[in-house]
Design a protein around this ligand. Sequence first.
Ligand code: HEM
Length: 413
Amino acid sequence: MRLQNLRILSFQVQELASTLFAPLWSSCSEQEGLLPQGRSFKAQVSADRVDAAEQSPNSSNIYSIERSAGSQAILGIMKRIASHFPLLGILVVVLLAASLSGTSVEGLATSRLKVGFYSNTACRNVETVVRAEVEKEYRKNPSIVALLLRMYFHDCFADGKCDASLLIKKNTGFGFIPTELDSGSNEGIRGLDFIDYLKRTVVLACDRKGDIVSCADIIALATRDAVALASRRAPYELKTGRLDGTESLMTNADTLPSPGSPISAIVARFEKAGFSPGETVILSGAHTVGEARCKFFSGRLSEPDPSLNTTTLASLKKICQAGGEKRAFLDQGPGSAFKVDKSYFVMLTQHKGVLQSDQDLLTDPQTKDFVQPLADGSEDNFATQFEEALKKMGNLGSFGASGNIRKMCSVLN
Ligand code: HEM
């Protein structure tokens, strides 16, 4: 009878252990629905561990993956203790649960990103190396700021993860699955070679095997530094530790917003990614730099759009009538095309927006209240909000992240 009771007790402790510790990994896998459907977290972890272990036995990304796998190890030990020593089992379960209660589920499900992620790795200089290269490029070619900003946005938004999935080379030939770059939304994406170059430079500078710094972090750091240069501000503090994605699907990029979409659809797309209408307006401020090809706004010229300033209309017509792949600056403010500043919003209030989706921000009920204050506010007001929104975008996909560190940014390992 006594033995029977002990068995029941032992079983209950095992169940308790399962209940208490299961969330430690299930929450990681469920967080933001990041795991591909039909793939269990267990399978994901082991695949990642093999990937990571093949790359480098010492690479820092292994640690977090091991930690997740460690939750399963804890459960195994708990179950064994409980089956042999029920009372001791209860005590250990209670003590562990108490010690983990403050941070456990949330703690293990939080982002692996942190400021200075690489500071204890062989690539502790990565931020200095990237900054020096971005600065060199910016002096030669200031449009690098626009190329990086658009790349960062498209990479992070397509599949809701800043994971460099955008960089995977276009597929050709029979039987290949089209990648994000094959999507019409990514036609005209520029600057991919620059990221390949940065990766090679980082590898030569500190990461001989190329398995420490992710391509996703290189995009995020380079964008941060480019924005700092073009806004004449100190680089904002940016968390690193992103992993590179292990797939790139055209269908994900097809969902990126289009300049012909109504603002309601654009706002809904941003809300899906966790951004408010106000943040949608702020992020659209990225069009303070860069260019758009005539085909994206020619419809507003042939049948003149009454919401377009007549001087701007004439100048855009002149650019586009030359034919071919002509481009116009998205920020039509005088002397402002390469600066990250509030001029884009001033320009919208003057009806000089080039894309329909830019100009409509001024009048749409969901966004109009945000435009005028940005135009009237200080440069600092826009810059700080823009930096915050870019940082927030950079966190997309970092919860329950899975992936690896790509050897070459344009090719999956
Ligand atoms: C709100 C919805 C948005 C729409 C509909 C949109 C659409 C477009 C289009 C059509 C172009 C011209 C592309 C070309 O001619 O190749 C463009 C360029 C650009 N977009 Fe957006 N965009 C949006 C939001 C954003 C955001 C949130 C960012 C960054 C945070 C961004 C950054 C840029 C940059 C920097 C360029 C210039 C790229 C270059 O010069 O190569 N856009 N966008």
